[in-house]
Design a protein around this ligand. Structure first.
Ligand SMILES: *Cc1c(COP(=O)(O)O)cnc(C)c1O
Length: 375
């Protein structure tokens, strides 16, 4: 029995299981212990909807992480009392408001920290570049930069952090990165007594948990998608993405399907149109790349090009199908499952991109009633 009240007129929707979310948080907590957990809820909580996700997690996490000031305000507006860290650099024009909002800001240099000093008191996440090549003070200059930061008034150093570029791909590089960051911390910690250390992302938490830190930054795994395949059975997918059949068609051999006529039926086929397209976030790049959806608990190939509002699937092997029937884009139906990683693979991208690409046109439904419907 479905725990979701699905409008019969919904063309495409996601069902979000908040109990699964909390189970994943418990897994992360036990893998990370004794470190605390920063729940990464940037990009509309990885497409799952900021408000219900923050409200479901708030009692079990130590702080929240977002990408920018606008998202920080959205998280604050949920009513959570947890600290909120802005993980990317703020624009110069955002600094005063970020400080006034009481958000923890990420800075990469003493000069960037200085720009906050006039707005103090401000809590700072001092970031160090140990191999990501994105933000952060270059590790060889980190001690000097941090020392200069400590001399500025109005600022307190909440944390010292770095980011792992290949925690899911290159164990040797990551081990060396963690070893040298550990060494660097011996120099940095005395400069910022009381600062908390955080390094590990989703892949890092489960593979490099032996690295001692005070906080982990958990993103994708909270939403139930493992970064490392051997971790998947400890996690519960949070999101199921569905669409309805809008029309069923029989096509003769030789008929072509969709724009560009890239698919031609070799034999007579039965097709179903689904009310989902790239304007809903179904990736156009998955056209003719072996993507499947589930109809009647049967894997059905997506054929021809993905269009803005519709996709065509071959339901010849799926038994009776009628307009209004549910198809599963990501998730389970019967004993079949399409994992987010499968759709991402067909589109030549990653699970993060698929989740955050689910558009506003797709209704979000929650297993337990959030205080406000999102959007
Ligand atoms: C987005 C982000 C994370 C979360 O990454 P996952 O792989 O989804 O766990 C962690 N740290 C920083 C700095 C981030 O920007």
């Amino acid at each position: 029995m479905s725990r979701f009240l699905v409008p019969s007129a919904a063309r495409s929707w996601v069902e979000i299981d908040l109990d699964a979310l909390r189970r994943n948080l418990a897994e992360v907590r036990s893998a990370a212990a004794p470190a605390g957990v920063l729940a990464v809820v940037k990009a509309n909580a990885y497409g799952h909807g900021t408000e219900p996700i923050v409200q479901a997690l708030t009692s079990g996490v130590d702080l929240f992480g977002v990408a920018n000031l606008c998202e920080a305000r959205k998280v604050r507006a949920t009513g959570t009392d947890r600290p909120i860290m802005i993980l990317s650099p703020c624009l110069p024009a955002e600094r005063a408001a970020a400080a006034a909002g009481g958000f923890i800001v990420t800075v990469s240099s003493a000069s960037e920290a200085l720009a906050y000093a006039e707005f103090g008191p401000v809590q700072i996440n001092f970031k160090i570049d140990t191999g990501m090549g994105r933000a952060g003070a270059w590790w060889q200059n980190a001690a000097a930069e941090l020392q200069a930061v400590t001399r500025l008034r109005g600022l307190s150093i909440h944390s010292l952090s770095t980011h792992l570029p290949v925690s899911d791909e290159d164990v040797a590089f990551t081990e060396e990165q963690l070893r040298s960051f550990g060494e660097l911390l011996e120099e940095l910690r005395p400069l910022a007594p009381g600062a908390r250390v955080h390094v590990l992302n989703s892949a890092g938490i489960f593979r490099f948990g032996s690295f001692q830190s005070d906080i982990v930054r958990a993103g994708l795994v909270l939403y139930g998608a493992a970064v490392l395949p051997d971790v998947q059975d400890r996690l519960s997918p949070v999101l199921t993405w569905k669409a309805r059949v809008t029309l069923v068609h029989d096509l003769p051999a030789g008929a072509s399907v969709s724009y560009g006529r890239t698919f031609v039926a070799e034999k007579p086929i039965r097709t179903a149109l689904l009310g989902i397209g790239y304007a809903d976030g179904f990736p156009r790049q998955a056209s003719n790349r072996g993507a499947h959806v589930l109809v009647n608990s049967t894997r059905c190939p997506v054929i021809g090009r993905v269009t803005m509002d519709q996709i065509v699937v071959d339901v010849s092997g799926a038994g009776p199908v009628a307009p209004g029937d549910e198809a599963v884009i990501i998730g389970r139906q019967g004993n079949q499952e399409i994992a987010v990683h499968e759709l991402a693979g067909a589109a030549g991208t990653i699970a993060w991109d698929i989740f955050t690409g689910i558009k506003d046109r797709v209704t979000r439904l929650y297993s337990t009633e959030p205080s406000l419907p999102p959007g």
